[in-house]
Design a protein around this ligand. Structure first.
Ligand SMILES: [Cu+2]
Length: 321
């Protein structure tokens, strides 16, 4: 294994609370979005570095939020010091390649295309150059939410997470700089499967869990970049009260879902309530990815115990008469 490299970005994991505000207007608007593509060294976990590819130096890339009927002027700039071409394909775009050809940029170039968001839902975006699996694996994916005209019901919290797998020349946890491993990717045998691009980023071992209060509600936006694995997205110690499979707003949600599949190139929107204090662990229930490959995120509910719902240490009860 090579020595670790000095990092270009201290934190590659997107902040799950960095979610654009809900849209409260009743008419369409034109929105300008600018993304910069980057190739940067960061830590997968302490002592393990990797050269990520990103939109705006974070994994997943920034969450975008528009309203059905909005027009988006989308500008992609490929940083001059990069070594590869990049572009963007948004599944919210009706048009060739989801914008990929129109946004193809060599290092130092900028391109702009325009699209109208004609259907609501949560959609993946990703780099779509010929080696797109390599680029997505390395971090080039994210989520765009197209709100329906009537908006979404209000909740106490919104969180944004993404899942992808890294294919490297090292073993998980092996110190040093890990190079990309094309053969491992072709075989779909990842070294790491990660939430927000880092091992345990959204846990007490990383930047800390997200926190909510007992009684709160939350909506989770979840993007599966892949490039190859389907996530079996499950909240340990809770249930998804509602799930919009594939982020498909417009259909009725599934209710009381334990584990929802999120295919590569897809998203889910799921809601939950926190009725007792303690952690809710967000996992891929293909659990070797949690136990051995780094995937985990935690939402910690703080507040009063609710022993009627859950009592970890009940008083012995006498047999009823
Ligand atoms: Cu790319």
């Amino acid at each position: 294994m090579n020595d670790t490299q000095s990092v270009d970005v201290d934190r590659i994991a997107a902040d799950p609370t960095d979610v654009p505000d809900p849209i409260d207007r009743s008419s369409p608007r034109t929105i300008d979005v600018e993304f910069e593509t980057t190739e940067v060294v960061a830590e997968v976990e302490p002592g393990v570095t990797y050269t990520y590819m990103t939109f705006d130096n974070q994994v997943p890339g920034p969450m975008l939020r528009v309203r059905k009927g909005d027009t988006v002027n989308f500008t992609v700039t490929n940083r001059e010091e990069n070594s590869m071409p990049h572009n963007i394909d948004l599944h919210a775009v009706r048009g060739p390649g989801g914008g990929a050809e129109a946004s193809m940029v060599a290092p130092g170039e900028t391109a702009t295309f325009r699209f109208k968001a004609t259907y609501p839902g949560a959609f993946v975006y990703h780099c779509a150059v010929p080696n797109l699996d390599y680029h997505i694996s390395s971090g080039m994916f994210g989520l765009i939410l197209v709100e329906p005209e009537e908006g979404l019901p209000s909740v106490d919290h919104e969180f944004y997470f993404g899942q992808n797998e890294l294919y490297t020349t090292g073993e998980a946890g092996e110190e040093g700089h890990h190079d990309f491993d094309m053969e491992a990717m072709a075989a779909e045998e990842p070294t790491y499967v990660l939430m927000n691009g880092e091992k345990g980023a959204i846990t007490g071992d990383g930047y800390g869990p997200e926190t909510v209060s007992v009684g709160d509600t939350a909506r989770v936006f979840f993007a599966s970049g892949g490039p190859n694995l389907t996530s079996s997205f499950h909240p340990i110690g809770s249930v998804w009260e509602e799930v919009w499979p594939q982020g498909g707003i417009g259909s009725r949600p599934h209710e009381n879902v334990q584990t929802t599949p999120v295919m590569p190139g897809s998203c889910t929107i799921a809601t939950m309530r926190f009725e007792v204090p303690g952690p809710v662990k967000l996992v891929d229930h293909a659990l070797s990815r949690v136990a051995r490959k780094g995937f985990m995120g935690v939402i910690e509910a703080e507040g009063e115990a609710n022993p009627e719902i859950f009592d970890p240490d009940p008083e012995p009860q006498s047999a009823s008469a």
